[in-house]
Design a binder for this molecule. Structure first.
Ligand SMILES: Cc1ncc(C[n+]2csc(CCOP(=O)(O)OP(=O)(O)O)c2C)c(N)n1
Ligand code: SF4
Ligand SMILES: [Mg+2]
Length: 321
């Protein structure tokens, strides 16, 4: 009998409290070292087996390829635009069956959208906005690899400034690669006043687990943005995924936070942030910022943006710097 992480606990303090059981099994065609899959694997340990994943087209739709599936729960494939609408249909069907006495409450399942940043930030945002607005009781897990990965790493509105992608090459038109800044999806979701919004990292499993445990006690839309280091698209050795996941947080480029009823809390604030260059260096998508000549202006712009964000956080919370 498998059991999810600490269903009776409100929070955990040690890694040993995370369920040993796996709810997404290995042996899929996802790339080795995929940070997004690690985050989803940890999330599934809280969600447990009574789950239906409603999966927008993207890398993770290669997880379940008929007749095989790594999921202990159920899985449904949707178009990029319609995962949240699909979740609404599944949730409504379950509710109708329970209301008619055809499905015992103990057999109810958690409805969980799984979508990449292309779906989340761009193509499926309209359906998600509608679902949150209607107060749909569902989970939304975005694995954010900051590009349209499955089709060859094109820029999405989650791609950060300075990253090179297939559609934002470095050349005479741009020395930086992507010129746009990343869309602030946490704030866009928070403005909808859902039950819960959080960011999570695969390198911070206790923080991730506690956020899913907290969300499990809430009804309504529960939204997660997972930092998803992607060796294939970000061009680094797969064994370094954990390093980049940690550096994103330690440099302050990826803030770990949550919002309950709209009130934001940063769940981990390093005493001192490391320079952003420690995160950027070694990722092929940023190589042009260092070679053949250093692009000091672009590097400064990235550091300034991070510094401005944290100055705002410290100002709001009154925390010492
Ligand atoms: C409307 C639409 N446009 C384009 C595609 C082709 N397509 C399939 S997967 C994919 C990439 C999705 O990117 P993202 O959501 O970030 O997920 P990732 O591939 O990075 O996991 C694209 C563009 C599609 N399925 N639907
Ligand atoms: S391309 Fe990136 S996000 Fe997609 S499966 Fe591979 S490592 Fe994961
Ligand atoms: Mg993506």
């Amino acid at each position: 009998m498998t059991s999810p992480t600490s269903p009776e606990l409100e929070s955990i303090q040690t890694l040993k409290q995370i369920a040993r059981e796996e709810f997404i099994l290995p042996g899929t065609s996802i790339c080795g070292g995929c940070g997004g899959l690690e985050a989803l694997r940890l999330a599934a340990k809280v969600l447990g087996p009574q789950t239906v994943f409603v999966n927008a087209a993207g890398c993770f739709t290669l997880l379940a390829t008929f007749p095989y599936t790594p999921f202990k729960g159920s899985w449904l494939y949707t178009t990029m635009a319609s995962a949240a609408a699909g979740a609404q249909g599944v949730r409504d069907a379950l509710d109708v069956l329970m209301a008619r006495g055809k499905l015992p409450a103990k057999d109810d399942v958690e409805v969980v959208v799984v979508a990449g940043d292309g779906s989340t930030y761009d193509i499926g945002l309209s359906a998600t906005s509608g679902a949150i607005f209607r107060g749909l009781n569902f989970w939304y897990f975005c694995y954010d690899n900051e590009s349209y990965g499955n089709t060859g790493m094109q820029m999405s509105s989650s791609t950060p400034y300075g990253a090179r992608t297939a559609t934002t090459p470095v050349g005479i038109h741009s020395q930086a690669g992507t010129e746009h800044g990343k869309k602030d999806m946490f704030e866009i979701w928070r403005a909808h006043r859902p039950a819960y919004v959080a960011t999570v990292s695969p390198r911070f499993p206790i923080d991730l687990t506690n956020k899913f445990l907290k969300a499990k006690t809430l009804r309504g839309a529960k939204l997660f943005l997972a930092h998803a280091p992607c060796p294939t698209g970000w061009l680094y050795d797969p064994e370094r995924t954990a390093d980049y996941a940690r550096l994103a947080v330690e440099t302050g480029m990826f803030a770990l936070k949550e919002a309950v009823d709209g009130v934001v809390t940063h769940t981990y604030v390093p005493r001192r942030h490391r320079p952003v260059e420690e995160y950027l260096q070694g990722q092929g998508r940023y190589r042009h910022l260092f070679e053949p000549t250093r692009n000091d202006a672009a590097l400064r712009q990235i550091q300034d943006q991070v510094d401005r964000y944290w100055a705002g956080v410290h100002e709001t919370t009154g925390a010492a710097r």
